[in-house]
Structures are given as C-alpha cells and as structure tokens.
Design a binder for this molecule. Structure first.
Ligand SMILES: CC(C)(COP(=O)(O)OP(=O)(O)OC[C@H]1O[C@@H](n2cnc3c(N)ncnc32)[C@H](O)[C@@H]1OP(=O)(O)O)[C@@H](O)C(=O)NCCC(=O)NCCS
Length: 208
C-alpha cells in the first residue's frame, strides 16, 4: 500500500514557500545524519531545489541512481530540460537530509513525448514527470510516493491538464497506487522498455 503518514510538509517552489529556509543536508557528506534520519523516521517533505547547492544535490541523487546504479545513462542523465527555466527540479527530504529527486516540466515540443504523443489529448496543458530517484538508504520509507504527488501537484497548480511519464515496468504498480493509468503498451524509452502512463490533473485539483 502506498502511504506516507510521516509527510507533514509539502512546500512549493521557493518563491511560493512559507517554510523555513533551512537548506538540505547532503546524504553523501553527512551519511551518519542520513542513516539516523531514516532510522528515526523523521518527517518527509518535498520542495523545489532552492539554490545551486540544492540543485547539485538533486542532480547527484539522479546520477547515483540512473547512471551508477541502473546504468540507464552513460556519464550523465542531464538533458535540455534541465536548462529550461520552466522545469521544476524537486528534492525529497527525510528530516533535513535530501534522499530523493524528481523533475517535472510542461511539454511544448510534442516530439519529446516519443511514442505516447498520439495517445494523449493534443490540447494544451501537457506536463511530463521524470527522473524519479530515491537513494537506496531511503527506499521503502515513504519518500518516493510524496515526490510523485508533489510533482503532480506542482503541474496541477500551474494549470496543467494532464501529466505523463515513462515508467519502468517494475514500477507500474507503484504509479497505479498513486492514481496513474497506462497509455497503450510498452515503448522503448532511453533504450529500455517503459510503460507510458498518465494522470489527469483536473481530478488531482479536486482533491486539493
Ligand atoms: C521507485 C522508487 C522511486 C520508490 O521509492 P520509495 O521511496 O521506495 O517509495 P515509497 O516508500 O514511497 O513507496 C511506498 C509504497 O509504494 C509501494 N511500492 C514501492 N515501490 C514499488 C514498486 N516498484 N511497485 C509496486 N509498489 C511499490 C510499496 O507499497 C511501498 O511500500 P513498502 O515500503 O511496503 O515497499 C525507488 O524504488 C527508486 O528510486 N527506484 C530506483 C529508480 C527508479 O526505478 N525510478 C523510477 C523510474 S520509473
């Protein structure tokens, strides 16, 4: 079951946030604090990265998971979306320690959607979420689900109508629990099979 009872805060991009300005601790520089935060079950929160150091933490978490662990990308998983100011790069924290990342962005160039473009409504308001990564220490600890919900909520509150993502087959159940549904069959994305999935953001807004 996907639940996140320890989520007590889900702030929004820094300009909209009322939460304290404490910057995230690096789990790589502070492994003891990271371990303790997980073991003690400190609260989980998600927010957009607030400064260059937090942005580099966001990218380092992605690199460790998608380059080092999964070998999905060689060297770097960064792409043009990371240079687009419309992209929201998000950190998931356990206590003050960053343990996860995800990004989301409005899709203006439909070519980037790949095989799913003909399966979604062609109207405006299409967003994509990707690069969901929780470091192994933090997994099964209620950080991944809040990261997905935060990305979805960010897109919904920015006026998005639908959000899509390419999901690794082993994670389809995780996303279904969070209200996502499959679009068609498996497609090849970044060289591996993925399931295109979507969530209707208007429905999400009804729950806020
Ligand atoms: C997928 C991932 C983000 C999940 O993060 P997480 O922090 O472990 O997720 P949560 O703790 O919020 O999960 C809550 C619940 O969702 C369910 N869940 C988690 N992963 C699942 C999966 N792959 N399939 C089905 N259900 C899943 C479980 O019920 C879990 O509870 P549990 O503690 O009993 O396992 C994480 O495993 C990860 O980063 N994996 C490597 C990178 C990756 O695969 N990214 C996604 C690309 S599509």
């Amino acid at each position: 079951m996907v639940s996140s009872p320890r989520v007590v805060a889900a702030s929004f991009p820094s300009s909209m946030s009322a939460s304290p300005a404490t910057l995230a601790l690096s789990p790589f520089r502070h492994p003891g604090e990271a371990f303790a935060a997980v073991q003690l079950g400190l609260h989980v929160a998600c927010r957009a990265a607030r400064d260059p150091e937090e942005l580099s933490l966001h990218h380092e978490i992605r690199r460790r998971v998608f380059v080092e662990e999964q070998g999905l990308f060689g060297g770097s998983d960064r792409d043009d979306h990371d240079d687009d100011p419309a992209t929201v790069r998000i950190l998931g924290l356990c206590g003050d320690v960053a343990g996860g990342a995800v990004r989301c962005y409005p899709l203006s160039d439909t070519a980037t959607v790949g095989g799913t473009v003909d399966l979604v409504d062609p109207g405006a308001g299409l967003w994509k979420g990707d690069r969901l990564a929780v470091l192994p220490l933090f997994r099964h600890n209620g950080l991944g689900a809040p990261l997905v919900r935060f990305a979805v909520r960010t897109a919904a509150e920015a006026g998005g109508g639908k959000m899509i993502a390419h999901i690794q087959p082993s994670n389809v159940g995780f996303f279904e629990h969070l209200g996502w549904y499959a679009l068609g069959g498996l497609v090849t994305y970044v060289g591996r099979p993925h399931q295109a999935m979507a969530i209707d953001l208007a429905l999400v807004l009804q729950r806020l």
